[in-house]
Design a protein around this ligand. Structure first.
Ligand SMILES: [Zn+2]
Length: 312
């Protein structure tokens, strides 16, 4: 607690300093002001990223866990809006940085022009808070860790692994705190995107639906682990998000509604979320939602972000 009070005092000092009008020529100039809400900072977040989830497979017969999750105390949006460029790279980067593609500048899957100096991933700010928040990212599609998260994560393997191994790693972390007692855990499953490219992104394609069903069962088991942790007093928000849908065997045509609409879920037993009927999320909303939930605020991030928290 003393540490938190020190940070709060320091934050107030930094804030006064950064109010100098001469500092405003560049949004990232001047020291960052990071504040911590001591009432929220113990909270934890699981983010399940599913690559290529076209939201019309969220049917009871195909993804029963996600279908039932709608009836929990949750936010869900099956027309969650993608970036204009509907490749994986731009969309995962928008989720993880809280800004749109015109700022982070990841416009394809090469990540070669990523402006990480101005728009680092939200894990960066959790590091800057310097209060021991433990972060981990376990991904099948390794560019996410290679280019965006690994420099700022406490545990983010950069070797390729299949979805089952992502799932097994996640279980090991959550159940055994091995190799870390995680506060924010990001996962990315990629085999649904692979099934879409090979067989077609569609609720009428058996391979695509079967893969969605398998990932749904992983999400269900991880949710049960989170529920058990809640019974032990841990305060977790559970989220599921996807980067894009698909049409035919492609997801490059962002004008197609089945490509540019995907899914975003957030669930917590007693958080008030923005009504799912009336607020339509986009990729930049994930990071501000995580910050809002765990009570971390950065002035640089707040100045930059294109997203909004979905928590009321
Ligand atoms: Zn993708």
């Amino acid at each position: 607690m003393n540490r938190i009070l020190q940070i709060l005092s320091l934050s107030i000092l930094i804030f006064l300093y950064s109010c100098d009008p001469d500092q405003n020529s560049n949004i990232n100039q001047g020291p960052d002001t990071i504040t911590i809400d001591s009432l929220k900072i113990h909270r934890k977040v699981l983010i399940i990223g599913i690559d290529g989830f076209r939201s019309d497979v969220m049917q009871e017969s195909m993804t029963p866990f996600m279908f039932a999750l709608q009836n929990k105390n949750s936010y869900y949006n099956v027309i969650h809006e993608t970036e204009e460029i509907t490749y994986s790279g731009p969309n995962w980067t928008s989720m993880l940085t809280g800004v749109n593609q015109n700022k982070h500048n990841v416009l394809d899957n090469s990540f070669e022009n990523y402006n990480y100096n101005d728009y680092p991933p939200f894990f960066y700010y959790l590091n800057q808070a310097n209060i021991g928040i433990q972060t981990s990212s376990i991904v099948n599609w390794t560019p996410i860790n290679n280019y965006v998260l690994s420099d700022y994560s406490d545990y983010a393997p950069e070797n390729s692994m299949n979805d089952l191994t992502v799932f097994e790693n996640a279980k090991q972390i959550l159940l055994e705190e091995n190799p870390l007692d995680v506060d924010v855990l990001f996962l990315q499953f990629d085999e649904l995107d692979g099934a879409g490219h090979s067989y077609g992104f569609s609720p009428t394609t058996e391979e695509y639906v079967n893969t969605a069903n398998t990932i749904d069962s992983y999400a269900s088991e991880l949710y049960n682990i989170i529920e058990n942790k809640r019974l032990k007093g841990e305060d977790w928000m559970f989220t599921i998000i996807s980067d894009h849908g698909g049409e035919g065997t492609s997801h490059s045509d962002g004008s197609h509604p089945d490509v540019n609409r995907t899914i975003f879920f957030a669930e917590h037993p007693d958080i008030q979320f923005k009504a799912d009927c009336c607020y339509f999320s986009n990729q930049a909303d994930l990071a501000p939602t995580v910050f809002d939930f765990i009570g971390v605020s950065s002035s640089h991030f707040n100045n930059n972000t294109d997203g909004l928290t979905i928590i009321e």
